[in-house]
Design a protein around this ligand. Structure first.
Ligand code: ADP
Ligand code: MG
Length: 353
């Protein structure tokens, strides 16, 4: 979806012209960025800090559908999904590189909108764009972003540190991004069948924003530091609560009990899920793309976090032999299985991640 309707062919600028055009307003804010765009490689000096690196790639038709994802939002989201991985290490993202593969279906105006979203996210999260690659593609659009962050050695949190008895916590609320996607898919289908009908998206801003323009939980590592809580393990929720809980348990060699009645679900998400005949808990467990942080803390730290509205305790870690379970509202115990996007894909024909 493109807001600017004029069309300048990418071919008229050439590769270098395009790079120059897109990156003309890129500014450098961090002292650690010694050399940004313009040489064969960027140079970063993290002094005595640990360097934390992660990459995520978004492919048109697999991770996004331009029928309803505005390019500006897409650029924003592409940055966010990367930053989220760095916050999940309890680290601070500082620089990104941006690699684009573009088919000639895209005009300069389209790529500019994409880059505006990228730049906006960088401004909001204080990130320097220090390089990238720009190439042509046979069809479609691929965005690959690499993020570089830093952390003190003692601050880094891995997936493997949870212990039996630790509390399992989550930031924000879950399931919204998936329900937002269902809404967009429904309106797209209606539009394809009868283009004259205006999309009915009213009252659902929250879940649409969760899907189209998510935020990363920059505030959580800062908050935890202020509360003097160091999580024992942490992961971001990109594939759904089930999948991430299983990752923490596998890496930490523990079991876990998650309590259904504790899982935070926004009323908008809850009501929209019901409208789609979906179980809100299933949306939270298997939906994905919420980009909240899931982490474990020592029980002794509970008083420090318990009054915080941004953090919910949803369960506790157990001995590995007790398994990984969801304790339902009816107090029955269900083993949690790895049903991220894959199983939803089969059931609902949604997008994969
Ligand atoms: P090289 O040929 O050495 O790979 P390029 O000509 O691809 O270099 O890129 C020139 C400079 O522009 C490099 O600093 C590179 O990191 C940067 N660059 C290329 N594409 C992008 C992009 N999409 N966003 C930001 N920087 C980019
Ligand atoms: Mg290059």
């Amino acid at each position: 979806m493109l807001e600017n309707t004029s069309r300048t062919e990418l071919g008229s600028l050439g590769e270098f012209g395009l790079i120059k055009h897109l990156t003309q307003f890129v500014k450098i804010n961090h002292e650690s960025t010694v050399k940004g765009i313009g040489d064969d490689a960027a140079v970063i000096d993290n002094k005595d800090k640990q360097t934390v690196v992660s990459t995520d790639m978004l492919v048109e038709g697999v991770h996004f559908d331009l029928a309803y994802a505005p390019l500006k939002h897409l650029g924003y989201k592409a940055v966010i999904v990367n930053l989220s991985d760095i916050y999940a290490m309890n680290a601070t993202p500082k620089q990104i590189t941006v690699s684009l593969a573009l088919s000639n279906r895209f005009s300069l105006e389209a790529v500019e909108e994409l880059y505006q979203g990228i730049t906006l996210a960088c401004e909001k999260y204080n990130i320097d764009i220090v390089g990238g690659d720009t190439t042509s593609a046979q069809s479609g659009l691929v965005i690959s972003i690499t993020v570089i962050g830093e952390a003190n050695l003692d601050d880094i949190v891995y997936r493997d540190g949870a212990k039996d008895g630790d509390l399992l916590c989550v930031s924000g609320d879950l399931g919204g991004a998936y329900v937002g996607l269902q809404l967009l898919e429904r309106e797209k289908k209606i539009f394809v069948e009868s283009p004259a009908v205006q999309p009915d998206l009213g009252g659902n801003d929250y879940i649409l924003e969760r899907q189209l323009k998510p935020e990363a939980r920059k505030d959580i590592p800062t908050l935890l530091k202020m509360l003097e809580v160091k999580p024992t393990s942490m992961i971001d929720i990109s594939d759904g609560l089930s999948s991430e809980v299983l990752h923490l348990c596998t890496e930490s060699d523990t079991g876990c009990n998650v309590y259904e009645d504790k899982i935070p679900i926004d009323p908008t998400t809850y009501n929209a899920a019901r409208e789609f005949n979906l179980d809100p808990t299933v949306c939270a467990m298997s939906g994905g793309e919420d980009y909240e942080l899931l982490f474990t803390i020592d029980q002794a730290d509970f008083p420090k976090i318990k009054a915080n509205p941004d953090i919910t305790v949803i369960g506790h870690m157990t001995d590995k032999k007790d398994g990984v379970n969801l304790i339902t509202k009816g107090e029955t115990t269900h083993p949690i299985t790895a049903q991220g996007w894959d199983s939803l894909l089969k059931k609902d024909d949604g997008q994969s991640n």
